[in-house]
Design a binder for this molecule. Structure first.
Ligand SMILES: [Zn+2]
Length: 267
């Protein structure tokens, strides 16, 4: 099957190929909390959504900015009528703010040097012998760049680890590490990996951040250590539950009584 822009997010493609996003969901990441949930990843792949999910506004603002750089903003507006006020026909305030973020980026010549190169290139290949697809924001001759529009660039608190940089907390080191490895396998060239980030704060913050090679290596080694889990995920068999994530909490019932002494420990 040829993977294209049209079928990239389809259930059929998702059931046959891993992606950086699904790997994160299945096994977690080396530099964050290493806890993934294959059952949740499979359920999301099949369309499951948490009933406690906040509205997808935050996600849509990021997609709005992405669409702009893909040259697909008009199409995006057409596909997402809810970003307009139904009474006035004007863009809602959040999306007017997205336009401001775009202007902040546009006037910044350093930032704009990173918004160039081949856009949205799709790779359909193998990683450690497993089928994988990837779609890169920007690929240049010596670097790979992913654009992120985020609430803030603040470190995130991870249980057991304390505060970690947002890049590790959100698994962007795994995502870019996967892209780097895929390209290296095909071309023999190891490209530097960058996150270009703009925040939704008022005023927005911007940064170009190179991810240290050892962080990328950590994630590739982590993936290499979890190949049996990833291989099993691509089968039709029922997937193991982590028991802790939103999907497990929302769908699983208790199977035994709780020992009173366990109540002294925080979960
Ligand atoms: Zn789970």
């Amino acid at each position: 099957m040829q993977v294209t822009n049209e079928n990239y997010y389809s259930k059929e493609v998702r059931s046959k190929y891993l992606s950086a996003t699904s790997i994160k969901e299945i096994i977690g990441t080396a530099n964050s909390d290493k806890s993934g949930c294959p059952a949740a990843a499979k359920a999301k792949q099949n369309g499951w959504k948490s009933q406690f999910d906040k509205d997808d506004k935050a996600l849509l603002i990021g997609s709005y900015v992405d669409a702009y750089y893909e040259g697909a903003l008009e199409q995006f507006k057409e596909n997402n009528p809810k970003i307009y006020n139904s009474k006035t026909g004007e863009l809602k305030a959040d999306y007017q703010h997205a336009d401001i973020i775009i202007k902040y980026i546009e006037r910044d010549s350093l930032f704009m040097q990173f918004m160039k190169g081949e856009k949205q290139k799709i790779y359909q290949t193998e990683l450690f012998g497993l089928p994988i697809i990837a779609k890169l924001d920007f690929e240049q001759s010596d670097k790979i760049i992913d654009l992120k529009v985020m609430a803030t660039m603040n470190p995130e608190y991870i249980k057991g680890l304390g505060y970690v940089p947002f890049i590790e907390a959100w698994g962007y080191d795994l995502q870019l590490g996967v892209y780097q490895k895929i390209i290296e396998n095909i071309t023999g060239i190891k490209k530097d990996c960058y996150i270009a980030v703009a925040t939704k704060q008022k005023p927005p913050r911007k940064a170009i951040v190179k991810i240290p090679q050892e962080k990328l290596n950590d994630e590739i080694m982590w993936i290499a250590s979890q190949l049996s889990v990833l291989e099993y995920y691509l089968t039709d068999n029922p997937q193991p539950h982590c028991g802790k994530c939103d999907y497990c909490l929302e769908t699983q019932n208790i199977t035994k009584e709780t020992d009173y002494s366990d109540l002294s420990f925080k979960n």
